[in-house]
Design a binder for this molecule. Structure first.
Ligand code: FAD
Length: 311
């Protein structure tokens, strides 16, 4: 068996995975954890090679895992993706695989005895071909989408739209969320179709960055959002900054605060409804306010006001 890889540096994507630590799997994996294919097909694969088999495969190569306490993810005890790459290369060699690289394949044609593969590094004849070229994320790792073209040229159809599965979301340069860069908090994302129906949802840690949003909840909703950009341009992505507080509770908090303030709400007084000061300021800035300061107390009542708009 020959493995042809166009990359000069093998396994570049594995080396960057999990922030260089390579999150190999999770202590518990079910068909529901996968976004592509169909549940029966995934159950079939997991039934043959699930978490136990994965752990055992690597243990046979001398790799042990530890379980991250808060996420349940399994990482090599070395905390190094290099350990995983080395183990895979040794396992391939022991299985009789000859790795040839850099050897990009630029064309595959059917031949009487199988397939004819060509590329700058040479030509190969093969009775069978397994295309494992990755998608088209991170092209510098070697997966630049050529694999899709090779599959299409052989008559396979591609399920479109092709979008990245897990990516941070970039917001316009002047979006107020960018000003919260570095803030991490739990959020709920809801994708609402143009017809007003919630079509996808994710809940979890969310990170505001200098380019937009990242973190597990953002990554999980990203593929649904990117598909909707093509299929349903009127769809909206709605962020709930207080996922632990039901909307009905927020309304009652607001109502109680109206009572605390004697039923009056000055248009430029904002009262704490559970938002942190940073988020509240971000929202205010996003709506055009830039002159506000924090006040400990108005001194009139023991009220809950924290922010006083000056401008
Ligand atoms: C930043 C980042 C972090 C990630 N973190 C994790 C994580 O923690 N845990 C996890 O499980 N997954 C993680 N992933 C995802 C994981 O890396 C990928 O799912 C996995 O690498 C996909 O493996 P693959 O073999 O399908 O494709 P790839 O790893 O992309 O490998 C495909 C190979 O095919 C070669 N190739 C492509 N086209 C040709 C051609 N025409 N001719 C010859 N060779 C070709 C490429 O050079 C490449 O070596 C992460 C991905 C990224 C980008």
């Amino acid at each position: 068996m020959v493995a042809l890889d166009g990359a000069r540096r093998i396994g570049a994507k594995i080396l960057v995975s999990g922030g260089g630590r390579c999150n190999v799997t999770h202590w518990q994996v079910t068909a529901r954890d996968y976004a592509g294919s169909t549940p029966p097909a995934i159950r079939n694969v997991l039934g043959r090679f699930g978490v136990a088999e994965t752990v055992e495969f690597f243990r046979a190569q001398g790799v042990e895992f530890y379980r991250e306490a808060d996420t349940g993810k399994l990482f090599p005890t070395t905390d190094s993706a290099r350990t995983i790459l080395d183990a895979l290369l040794v396992a391939a060699r022991e299985a009789g695989v000859r790795l040839v690289h850099p050897a990009a394949v630029t064309a595959i044609e059917r031949a009487p005895a199988g397939f004819h593969l060509t590329g700058p590094a040479g030509v190969w004849q093969a009775a069978r071909v397994v295309l494992a070229t990755g998608g088209c994320s991170l092209p510098k790792s070697g997966s630049d989408g050529l694999g899709f073209r090779l599959a299409a040229a052989l008559g396979h159809s591609l399920a479109r739209p092709i979008v990245p599965a897990l990516v941070p979301l970039v917001l316009p340069g002047d979006h107020w969320i960018r000003s919260l860069s570095g803030l991490a908090l739990p959020c709920r994302f809801r994708l609402v179709s143009g017809a007003g129906k919630v079509t996808a949802e994710s809940v979890g840690s969310t990170l505001c960055t200098h380019t937009g949003l990242s973190g597990p909840a953002t990554l999980d909703i990203s593929r649904h959002w990117l598909v909707s950009r093509v299929r349903d341009p009127d769809a909206r992505l709605v962020i709930d900054w207080l996922p632990a507080v039901p909307a009905a509770d927020l309304e009652s908090q607001w109502f109680v605060q109206r009572m605390i303030m004697g039923g009056q709400i000055e248009p430029f007084d904002f009262h704490k409804t559970g938002f942190s000061f940073t988020i509240l300021c971000g929202i205010l800035r996003g709506h055009g306010f830039d002159g506000f300061r924090r006040v400990k107390s108005f001194g009139l009542f023991k009220d809950t006001s924290i922010v006083n708009i000056c401008a």
